[in-house]
Design a protein around this ligand. Structure first.
Ligand code: PEP
Ligand code: MN
Length: 262
């Protein structure tokens, strides 16, 4: 008897790349856009190593209000310059409905952060847009709550939703969160949406990020979103989990071998 194949049929095009189907898509870049030079160096490095799409925070959802909150509107021109120069598209988080319009011409895929997964007004407004949505799982959300959150977007007419497992809060404190690979397998079998993994926020420790990226590929995820910084020690957010450009390039080569093998 053959295994039931995944009903994941929705293919979501982001900046010319099809997410879902047979493809494994790599979205990479800094946690936060910190300067034009930092964003350009990171973006050109990840592109050279084979990343398909860029990530980079404009507005950050930080635990502490005194932590770096992102450059906001001061980064718009940096995004324009880097994306144009490298001919790449940006995936970036919107934390409020008003930001959708502000970045509509510079962001190709709207990320909904873990802390916003149940911001239903934000989800409904994104459901009225023509651009795709990357929906991160809430840090303590049931799989069912995550899937239902995606339906707030699709019900409004926007079918282009990508689910993202980014680790959940468990009793374990040795790592930042616990990557729930069950959720990836479950969502692949029980939804028609592409599912990707964020190994960076899931584990929070640079040295462990590549291993979880490989696990994501093996479990059948449609891609990963991963944080990279040219000098992690200088990062204004999430430096502990940022891969260096060299780490990223080594990981990409091994990922290729794993994807060929499975
Ligand atoms: C991020 O991608 O930088 C981020 C804030 O992620 P999460 O919402 O998963 O915590
Ligand atoms: Mn981050």
């Amino acid at each position: 008897q053959t295994m039931q194949t995944s009903p994941s049929t929705q293919i979501v095009n982001v900046g010319g790349f099809d997410i879902g189907g047979p493809n494994f898509t790599v979205i990479a870049g800094p946690c936060s856009i910190e300067s034009q030079a930092q964003f350009m160096e990171t973006a050109s490095g990840v592109k050279a190593a084979g990343a398909h799409l860029l990530r980079g925070g404009i507005w950050k959802m930080r635990t502490s209000p005194t932590a770096f909150q992102g450059l906001g509107a001061n980064s718009f021109d940096m995004v324009r310059t880097v994306c144009k120069e490298l001919n790449m598209s940006l995936v970036s988080e919107v934390t409020d409905v008003r930001q959708i319009e502000e970045v509509y011409d510079i962001v190709e895929c709207f990320q909904v952060g873990s802390r916003s997964m149940q911001n239903y007004e934000l989800l409904k407004e994104l459901g009225r847009q023509k651009k795709p949505v990357l929906l991160k799982r809430g840090l303590a959300a049931y799989i069912d709550e995550w899937i239902k959150a995606s339906e707030y977007v699709t019900k409004m007419g926007n079918q282009n939703v990508i689910l993202c497992e980014r680790g959940i809060r468990t009793f374990e404190t040795a790592t930042r969160n616990t990557l729930d690979l069950n959720a990836v397998a479950y969502a692949k079998k029980n939804t028609h949406l592409p599912v990707i993994v964020d190994p960076s926020h899931a584990v929070g420790i640079r040295a462990l990020v590549p291993d979880l990226a490989y696990a994501a590929a093996a479990v059948g995820a449609d891609g990963i979103i991963v944080e990279v910084h040219p000098r992690p020690a200088e990062a204004l957010s999430d430096g502990m989990q940022a891969l260096t450009l060299n780490d990223f390039s080594v990981m990409m080569k091994k990922l290729d071998r794993i994807l060929t093998a499975i």
